[in-house]
Write a protein that binds this ligand. Structure first.
Ligand SMILES: *[C@@H]1O[C@H](CO)[C@@H](O)[C@H](O)[C@H]1NC(C)=O
Ligand SMILES: *[C@@H]1O[C@H](CO)[C@@H](O)[C@H](O)[C@H]1NC(C)=O
Ligand SMILES: *[C@@H]1O[C@H](CO)[C@@H](O)[C@H](O)[C@H]1NC(C)=O
Ligand SMILES: *[C@@H]1O[C@H](CO)[C@@H](O)[C@H](O)[C@H]1NC(C)=O
Ligand SMILES: *[C@@H]1O[C@H](CO)[C@@H](O)[C@H](O)[C@H]1NC(C)=O
Ligand SMILES: *[C@@H]1O[C@H](CO)[C@@H](O)[C@H](O)[C@H]1NC(C)=O
Ligand SMILES: *[C@@H]1O[C@H](CO)[C@@H](O)[C@H](O)[C@H]1NC(C)=O
Ligand SMILES: CC(=O)N[C@H]1CO[C@H](CO)[C@@H](O)[C@@H]1O
Length: 426
């Protein structure tokens, strides 16, 4: 405690980065959830407790006293008897270094530092995704000072490579054969395996004044996709995409297309978070099946489902289906236009047919019953349906018994033409 009061913060940071502070651990939390910062120190019987976030007090407790919470932390955290601190309703701004100081009534102060990373479902999913056996470029945008030292680490502890101005990169054994540091500080990692999943952090130290800047990317390595099942969809229709995976009770579910475009992510207990272009046209079911609506040809592609436990750590399972979207066979725009034209043609034909039938009869001047209804008035008058049938049969019989309606149409046409030809001669 006394020591840290006198040291400039960058010296502490530098010490932390150099690994000279013991009892330091990393803990991850999820936005909106709670996390408990655990304590591994052996606590003296009589002690004061102090929790700090960077340089701000969170909570303090005097020996046998009740905890006191500072500012906005009041109502959002809980200090336990064993000095563990629970933080509720996490936000990304809670990411950072937490320091616990245990001050015994007599003896030396003990400190414990915890680095908390708060991930949101979307943020962690939007970080870099790699594929087993492939390479991935890891980039963190940090400005290089005139004299610098650059270091890449994974999970904040394991060093991968370090280099200083004018020197050549020094790789650690584990990464020597499978990584490459570019001059622009980008790190390429080759021959990925799922165990490469983790937080990769770049630290740039200004050698003139000791200033340290750190940034990180979260790399998730997915198992190589094998033998994707094929699914067929139809333009304008919907399709259900299903991949059978063992589902952990608490999980982070992610669907991607063509292994890059994110469609949706969902944490157990939360509502799915859809990418804008998919929000209104897909639905993620609790069983991880994805329904895609209003399909277009451009939806053709490889759809992959990834499932991991809630905090995006541990085993990640991946599987995929290959969707091919075909033309709708009978309702393409051309077919619809054809149907509309056919219907209009038939509708136009009905009055035309009636007109020409009547006209033909008129020209033939054959006396005929005008309406069968009058003929059939009798004690056992048939119903109107029968009358219509009888009437139409009578009309057919009145013209040409074996002719189809098409042939009937031809005759009136001829009649019209002969009639028209005759007209000028009159
Ligand atoms: C690195 O590569 C060299 C030569 O290709 C090989 O002899 C060595 O065993 C490799 N080391 C590791 C850790 O794979
Ligand atoms: C650095 O160089 C590598 C290899 O040329 C490239 O892939 C990467 O995008 C570059 N990074 C930045 C931040 O420009
Ligand atoms: C980083 O930590 C995660 C979770 O603890 C672990 O699954 C992963 O294998 C670690 N990655 C590396 C490269 O050590
Ligand atoms: C260190 O130097 C850089 C630029 O050279 C400057 O931006 C930064 O503020 C300095 N930091 C300190 C603690 O003096
Ligand atoms: C998941 O639920 C949807 C909708 O109820 C259903 O269509 C689909 O077949 C289910 N998938 C599995 C793998 O049970
Ligand atoms: C389907 O997509 C077309 C073209 O993008 C659009 O005009 C139509 O409104 C969409 N229908 C639905 C139900 O989303
Ligand atoms: C996926 O990739 C294929 C082939 O590169 C492309 O035709 C298709 O449109 C892509 N699908 C999506 C949804 O981006
Ligand atoms: C022990 C340990 O892994 N500490 C690391 C926790 O994460 C921070 C930030 O990434 C690192 O600076 C620590 O070294």
């Amino acid at each position: 405690m006394g020591l840290s009061s006198y040291l400039h913060p960058w010296i502490l940071l530098f010490m932390a980065a150099s690994g000279s502070v013991s009892c330091s651990r990393n803990v991850s939390g999820t936005v909106g959830k709670s996390v408990t910062l655990p304590v591994t120190l052996t606590l003296p019987a009589q002690r004061s407790i102090q929790w700090k976030f960077n340089n701000d007090f969170i909570a303090t407790a005097q020996p046998n006293g009740i905890p006191f919470y500072y500012g906005a932390y009041e109502g959002r955290c809980h200090l336990y008897e064993n000095a563990a601190l629970q933080l509720d309703n996490l936000t990304p701004a809670d990411t950072g270094e937490y320091t616990l100081s245990v001050i015994p009534s007599s003896g030396a102060t003990q400190t414990e530092m915890i680095y908390l990373s708060v991930y949101s479902a979307v943020t962690s999913a939007e970080n870099v995704a790699g594929t087993e056996g492939k390479s991935e470029y890891l980039t963190v945008k940090l400005d290089l000072p005139a004299m610098w030292q650059v270091t890449w680490r994974v999970n904040s502890s394991t060093q991968i490579v370090t280099v200083s101005t004018g020197g050549s990169p020094i790789y650690t054994d584990r990464y020597r054969n499978r990584s490459h540091l570019y001059d622009n500080t980008t790190l390429r990692l080759d021959n990925l395996t799922p165990t490469d999943t983790g937080e990769f952090s770049l630290t740039v130290t200004n050698l003139n004044n000791g200033t340290t800047m750190t940034g990180s990317v979260y790399l998730t390595v997915y198992s190589a996709v094998t033998s994707a099942e094929n699914v067929a969809g139809t333009e304008g229709k919907s399709v259900y995409l299903t991949v059978k995976l063992d589902l952990p009770a608490m999980r982070l579910v992610t669907w991607r297309v063509n292994s890059s475009t994110l469609i949706v992510t969902a944490l157990t207990g939360g509502s799915p978070s859809y990418t804008d272009s998919y929000r209104n046209r897909c639905h993620l079911y609790d069983n991880t099946t994805l329904r895609l609506d209003n399909l277009t040809h451009a939806d053709t592609g490889e759809y992959s489902l990834s499932v991991t436990n809630n905090q995006n750590t541990g085993v990640i399972q991946t599987g995929s289906v290959y969707l091919t979207v075909y033309n709708s066979s009978d309702l393409s725009p051309g077919a619809i236009a054809g149907i509309v034209i056919a219907v209009l043609f038939v509708v136009a034909l009905i009055p035309l047919t009636i007109f020409f039938i009547l006209r033909k009869k008129h020209i033939n001047k054959t006396p005929m019953p005008t309406n069968p209804v009058y003929e059939n008035t009798g004690p056992h008058a048939p119903n109107t349906y029968d009358n219509v049938i009888a009437g139409s049969k009578e009309n057919m019989a009145g013209s040409k018994p074996q002719e189809s309606s098409y042939q009937e149409l031809q005759f009136p046409h001829n009649n019209v033409y002969s009639h028209l030809r005759k007209t000028p001669r009159k």
